[in-house]
Design a protein around this ligand. Sequence first.
Ligand code: HEM
Length: 368
Amino acid sequence: GDRIPFYGTHQAGIITPAQNFICFAAFDVTASGAQSLKKLFQAWTAAAAAMAEGMPVGEESGNYNLPPTDTGESAGLSPSRLTITFGAGPSLFDERFGLASKKPPTFKELPAFNGDQLEPEWCGGDIGVQVCADDMQVAFHAVRNLARIARGKAVLRWVQEGFQRTNQADPTGNTPRNLLGFKDGTANPQVTNDKEMNRIVWAQNGDGAPWMAGGSYMAVRRIRMRIEVWDRSSLKDQEDTFGRYRASGAPLGAKNEFDPVDLNAKDERGNAYIPRDSHVALARGDGSVQILRRSYSYSGGMDMKTGQLDAGLLFISYQRDLFKQFVALQQKLAKSDRLNEYILHVGSAAFACFPGAAKGGYIGDTLF
Ligand code: HEM
């Protein structure tokens, strides 16, 4: 169908198969006090639930002397599998809202990683909102109206749009390719396997913050690609960088995309097919640390300073524990990934994404 229910045990947009487009918005809260935060979450919940059904954000009064309630650009459009996923940044758990005691013990700002070139305008946020839809106008409309509803309580901090190939361009739904031309998402865990999702993605009751049970921790990194450098490197170098073939997506030394990754497989001269410092070898390791990736490509147009394309990956991952999973992996990658020659981490944020809201409840209600 074209609609994904807003209410449920878990928030939509996490294990939901990725839609074509994303419009990610980070907000800073300007109001103080738990009460105004609660009101904001309640208003956002009502609007998000309506938009997920393809409805406008409120009833129009018809009063010619007032601005319309909904901004109107999605009128008559299908909900396009719209999902709106809300999360709290570490900065939300401070004295402004009296939430310090609720901060999950394992949740704090991401540490600095080797090679980071973070730009403050792409970092942080009290609240993160991941909006995804199969139509960019529908996604944009959602972010715009959430920002409008927040007026006087929260302001936008940064916004990044992103895309994948559309279902129209690939009706078979094969693994999408990132802007380096490689299939991206092949080795993701199975979202239909509840047991795996409970182990890898969903925070559990005994994890130290009972209000987060059924929620998930999100890492966001705006990773710029050095496209011009990549485009001048040989196909062999490109494949050795990832440890997979570009055309098929198969692990080096194997045949098909979903063939098992064997880091010990050797060619006839006794060399490992998959280089030790390749992205896949490092990200996989012994297989004990897993995350759910849900990234999108982005293009920020042109970098006026260099005349080069400002494009890359809006990396998003979900995990049960931010530090044991994302941080552990990224520390390893930042140190020795071959891919580092071709990428630059310029933005960073982390959000504790609430459990799903039940009908009659609101996002974040377990927090208060
Ligand atoms: C695998 C691309 C950043 C974690 C892959 C694959 C590609 C890829 C092409 C192989 C296909 C697949 O299994 O999906 C990229 C690009 C990145 C990037 C272009 C940056 C621009 C990251 C980051 C992390 C990460 C920051 C986590 C900290 C992983 C993991 C795998 C993977 C866990 C699966 C490894 C396996 O088990 O085989 N990535 N990636 N990637 N990547 Fe990345």
